[in-house]
Design a protein around this ligand. Sequence first.
Ligand SMILES: [Zn+2]
Length: 691
Amino acid sequence: MGMSREPTYSPIDTNPLLEPWTGPFEAPPFDRIEPSHFPPAFDAALKEARAEIDAIAADPTAPTFANTIEALERSGRSLDKIGSVFFNLVGAHTNDELQAIERDIAPRLARHRSETYLNEALFKRIDALKAREGELGLSAEQARVLERYHLDFTRAGAAAALEAKAQLAAIAERLATLAAKFGQNVLADEKDWIMLLDESDLDGLPVFFTASAARIAADRGHPRKYAVTLTRSSVEPFLQFSARRDLRESAFRAWMARGENGGATDNRAIAAEMVRLRAERARLLGYETYAHYRLADTMAKTPGAALDLLESVWGPGVAQARKDEEALQAIAALEGGNFKVAPWDWRYLSEKRRKGQFDFDEGELKPYLQLDRIIEAAFYAANRLFGLSFAERFDLKPYHPDVRAWEVTGRDGKPKALFLGDYFARPSKRSGAWMSNFRGQQKLDGPQLPIVVNVMNFAEAAEGEASLLSIDESRTLFHEFGHALHGILSDVTYPRISGTRVAGDFVEFPSQLYEHWIKAPEMLRRFALHAKTGEPMPEALIGKLIAARRFNQGWATVEYAASALVDLKLHLDPKPGEVDVVAFERQELERIGMPEAIAMRHRTPHFQHIFSGGYSAAYYSYLWSEALDADGFGAFEEAGDIFDPETAGRLEKFVYAAGGARDYDEAYRAFRGRAPQPEALFRKRGLVDAS
Ligand SMILES: [Zn+2]
């Protein structure tokens, strides 16, 4: 006989994911959320969303904007709410349990999307609305939302034949599974590798590096050692400063080999299958290649336009990099190095060259770039430009003790958003830097304030010391904060066009534009304060920094454009067959004349942007947006004030607050008063336009 027990309640009864969130900003109750809460919550939310969508499709009354489009905008709210908590945790603070749930839920969510976007009755309603759009009396924003929905459905295959629909659904499901696995594999390879150094291995490494390397080693159970990891904030400064060529080579090779180590975490077969399935999906939808499909709804519109832009910087970039390589080779020879410059030497020798040419190196800048001051600088510029104020909320408990929370208020003194900042690298976090929402802005049923997060991978300083950034990392912070502002300042009615829900090659414009402010001398004077003395960065050093702003841009152009070109070419094959992605990459690099001393910024087996991050066939987007930001900041320079209120007003209205409410070319012209001038991009990178 078994013992009689109290009846157990289903976890749903006490599942915080399924309760209304009533705390400040209706933020997720992170301290109560456990991984085990997600599966039953997803089950319930999927069921609810399915019922809502089926009801819209089966509505016996004639379609109206309200009963179809607005009803769709209101559907799936629980699923959005739970999904955004889940995927934010999966990216920023994951564990084995969450990863297992991710592998299970990713294909189920894809199936749900297919069931929605391939639903014939539902598409008929949207199509009917689109056909009589002129009679509906829609506002400009509503017309744009209708257009987006119509496009979303046709692009998903709503108008395809039944058999094709079944294939499309199966492909979407498989792609979702593969993308989840791809990301998990990169994280596993990054977590697995660590290089431990002794005192005798520290040649050339500055104190800021060894202090944080000691902290990482201690955290991983190796006291009195120093650790190099494969996170960019660790491996990059190591490659920049370590005088030990043998160790640089080991670290560099491990960094480049992520996703290509054989065994269970190898991504080569996954990437190949994804490329094949994407081509198949494009074919079923009537497009020549996946790249044609992917770019049809972007500013570039065609792969040809994106290729033209990439190729226009490639030639001048390589030419500049070749000149730089000669200079680096000479430095190596001077130091008695009898070797040909390799990719693991470039950063190290460049640092020496910068020291010689401009009389400073990264190590001198670093003490002036304190994380806390750079955060303050980002807030300050947002205040001057857009009237936002930031007050830290110590009472809120986000998903990890390192995560900070700020209440954002607008000019009118009313709350505008909750902003979370998650700045430090840790093994549970995906590499890179990103912005994401826990909730997007909308006002369909009254104002809904956004909850926006920035996630970085900076190295945390030793206990009691200020965490320091490199100039690149300071720019990254401003970049992601630019995305955050796009979410925070969003002022639209409909979720479908809110905040960053814009074309991929436009979305980097608000973020890259914002980077310009941290480079401005008046910002450096105010916020680049020495961590020990509090003294501002000396004028002479600011001057050197500005003089060197185009230093090494050939290399930066080449490492970026090589990745973007390989991405585009991989997706330009109409029938990829059994593609060997690494061989493809090698051939393509050979074809375009990749300098041997430079490596791609992201090699294919760990290229998360394109295999698990939504930038497939679209890594060119950064350069497309750069053509806008290089030209766009000029509006402030021409006004003679980097905070010019009138220019800032236009920027807010037409860009940061507008989401996807209007055509992007039009939005840019409304802000700038004219179309972008292409020379600005070449000027910014210091490249000579060969065309
Ligand atoms: Zn970005």
